[in-house]
Design a protein around this ligand. Sequence first.
Ligand SMILES: NC(=O)c1ccc[n+]([C@@H]2O[C@H](COP(=O)([O-])OP(=O)(O)OC[C@H]3O[C@@H](n4cnc5c(N)ncnc54)[C@H](O)[C@@H]3O)[C@@H](O)[C@H]2O)c1
Length: 377
Amino acid sequence: MPKIRIGLIGYGGIGRVHAAAYRAIPFHYGLPADSIAIAGVATTRRETADQASREIGCDFSSDDYRALLARDDIDAVDICTPNNSHHEIVLAAAAAGKHIYCEKPLAMNVAEAEAMAQAVKDADVKAQLTFNFRFFPAIARAKQLLKAGFVGRVFSFRGRYHRASYISSDKPMSWRLKREATGGGALFDLGSHILDLLYYLLGDFSAVNATLDTLIERRPVAPGSSETAPVDVDDIAFMHARLPDGTLGTVEISRMGTGATNDLSFEIFGDKGALRFDLGEPAWLHVYDTRDADSPLGGERGFRKIEAAGRYAGQRAPDWTMSPDFMRVHAECQYQFIRAVWKDEPPSPSFADGLHIQRIMEAAERSSVNGRWVTLE
Ligand SMILES: NC(=O)c1ccc[n+]([C@@H]2O[C@H](COP(=O)([O-])OP(=O)(O)OC[C@H]3O[C@@H](n4cnc5c(N)ncnc54)[C@H](O)[C@@H]3O)[C@@H](O)[C@H]2O)c1
């Protein structure tokens, strides 16, 4: 059985998510627990690196990612650092002969990205980017249907990724608001995801016509500070895009979408059918088929929901009928139990809750047997 030892570089918001996901993979696919291990972690500071190694349960931590690259027991690095460090770390990792898994966006600009693509090719290492939204089963089904000609000639497409993450002018400066650290604003951060999905499903864009805007031009330098600093990246990016065959689409990207928690969606309209995906309902791909029978009262036409649910090829657990969030819900349920033990508090849902449900179920059985209402105490 092959094994892989990963060096995790960066352990902020997404680093933790990657670490948890590596631990889950053996359970999903029935692999030995030691087939995938995080062998070391690096951040920018000794304390955060040590804290990370304690959370992950790995023996090695460093405040210099080069220390990970120097280790023989690391096969691959996972880069979860701000965008302005991806180029340097990828080049160093490729030179060290490590395989590379890197967060999006790949780079600060095309010149950097070209050098990185060349470096991993020259070093002959495996290199993958984290365009994670591709991996919803509904997206795989959409790709399959498009390939099979389900929508026919694509008339137009529409993608959007709106979040409300920056609507408060009190939200302070961070690396995501500085071009020197991020390369671009909402366009790079959120846009890279929805643009990748459209590219994955429909192929290359041949031309774009976009307008970017910054709606809050200065922000506090720190939480609660009256001192402000300029924001030099976009908050919104709206664009028209064309595919090489002339097909026209629109893409809306915004961090200023009031009320939009994580509003990623797309529609693809064709002469035979249409597809819709909404991240709020990731278990379903919505499809419309013009070949469905029509009649004066509507026949059978209309958008239908295909149950993509959790259909991952080769997955052992959970079974495919479970929603994509099923594992997370179990983790939360278990965490609430463990926290109650640690804090010496009553856990919930309790055995009293279980007893109540038991009474309802038993009453339902008695009611069915006797053919009458059963009153619950
Ligand atoms: N795919 C997704 O859904 C998704 C979601 C969030 C973030 N991201 C991407 O992940 C990356 C990190 O984002 P985040 O939100 O986790 O950032 P963050 O600010 O929460 O964490 C960044 C981490 O990187 C470390 N770091 C910074 N420079 C480093 C260096 N030179 N060497 C070692 N460690 C370094 C910091 O110490 C910190 O641990 C960004 O590229 C971002 O675009 C992707």
